[in-house]
Design a protein around this ligand. Structure first.
Ligand code: SF4
Length: 362
């Protein structure tokens, strides 16, 4: 008989936990499930469950968003992007256009999409117009982008790529000690594509317990219990608590596509800096919007304060797991979903927005 969420909570409460134990949940989807279900309030006080870097919109380099805005405003392109991206603000002088949403209101042709296929369809319906797909996301988004490129895309479609790998960010956190944790709940969606084995480095390199979780309270609590029990018993391994979808080595077809169209490079994470081997880069320049619009690309990366968060915004510390969202001075005062200062309050996967949307007040 399978266990319920209450059964897992009871098992967690029965563990002889230390006074404090910190576990990071890497994925924005996990954070949403944890917060919406109110899991933190049901856990023993000793457990700190910290949201981590798994929000692609939050860490998307500010210069990439700026370039998308400039392309849409000045290069007569149709700019397509995932909906969350439209409201993310960039650092510009007062009075200048600071988001794709503002650029759209000013007359630029910017279209929100929900999947890479929509970008293809828009390009096919407008063969005489340049279409740029601003593709920002983690492995789960990059796999369908790669599949699209493998199938072939029309001449008028190019990609402004801002793809990232999640494990190098967690590796960087653990290596540098920018934040310290006693265990890791690894992202189920990413593991579906890349395989659970990708997360064994947490156990082997850092001697920490780890478990891959799905997106239900039951799966998350099972993973948390596994991490806590491993810690208590000192018996470490990578536990796959999402076996219905996650295999050891992931989706082989997706791997082949990713390798075929992308190389892995060092990449900028907004507010955090450059992380080695954490970015996808297009192998073929002809698909690359930065190659087709080089002046725009140069202007974007040469700007003062490129890559930084807005003044006063603590998104980088939230994403690094150094503070909870309500530890930011602007949370719920200057920064709310209606008037977001930083990307963590814009994105559905941003911890600040998730906390605010379920009514957590600082
Ligand atoms: Fe940034 Fe707003 Fe979150 Fe503060 S509350 S970290 S300003 S998004």
């Amino acid at each position: 008989m399978s266990l319920t969420a209450n059964d897992w909570l009871k098992k967690i409460r029965e563990l002889p936990l230390p006074e404090k134990i910190k576990v990071i949940n890497v994925c924005g989807g996990h954070e949403r499930a944890i917060t919406t279900a109110g899991l933190r309030s049901a856990l023993p006080e000793a457990i700190e469950l910290i949201p981590g870097p798994g929000c692609p919109v939050c860490i998307c380099p500010e210069e990439d968003i700026y370039m998308a805005i400039q392309l849409a405003l000045h290069e007569s392109v149709i700019l397509v992007a995932f909906g969350d991206m439209l409201r993310v603000p960039v650092n510009v002088a007062k009075g200048e256009i600071r988001s794709l949403q503002q650029a759209k209101a000013a007359g630029a042709d910017i279209r929100p999409i929900a999947s890479p296929l929509e970008a293809l369809h828009i390009a096919q319906h407008h063969p005489d117009q340049a279409v740029v797909f601003f593709a920002a996301g983690f492995e789960t988004t990059m796999a369908p982008v790669a599949a699209l490129l493998v199938q072939g895309i029309p001449e008028n479609l190019s990609i402004l790529l801002s793809g990232r790998l999640t494990w190098p960010a967690v590796d960087m956190l653990l290596r540098t000690g920018q934040a310290t944790f006693d265990g890791v709940i690894a992202p189920g969606h990413v593991a579906t594509v890349m395989g659970a084995e990708e997360w064994t480095f947490i156990v082997e390199k850092y001697g920490l317990p780890a478990a891959v979780a799905g997106f239900t309270p039951v799966s998350l609590l099972a993973a948390l219990y596994s991490v806590l029990r491993q810690h208590v018993e000192g018996r470490l391994f990578l536990d796959n608590c999402y076996p219905e979808l996650v295999s050891a080595h992931g989706n082989k077809t997706a791997h082949t596509h990713l390798h075929h169209v992308f190389t892995v490079t060092a990449a900028m994470w907004r507010g955090i800096g450059i992380i080695a081997d954490s970015g996808f880069s297009l192998r073929e320049a002809r698909y690359d919007a930065r190659w087709r619009f080089p002046d725009c690309a140069t202007n974007a990366s040469n700007r003062k304060r490129a890559g930084e968060m807005p003044a006063g915004c603590d998104c980088a510390r939230v994403v690094l797991g150094q503070i909870y969202p309500d530890g930011c001075r602007l949370y719920g005062t200057a920064c709310t979903p209606r008037s977001p200062v930083g990307p963590c309050m814009v994105s559905d996967e941003g911890a600040c927005r998730i906390w605010w949307s379920v009514g957590i007040r600082s």
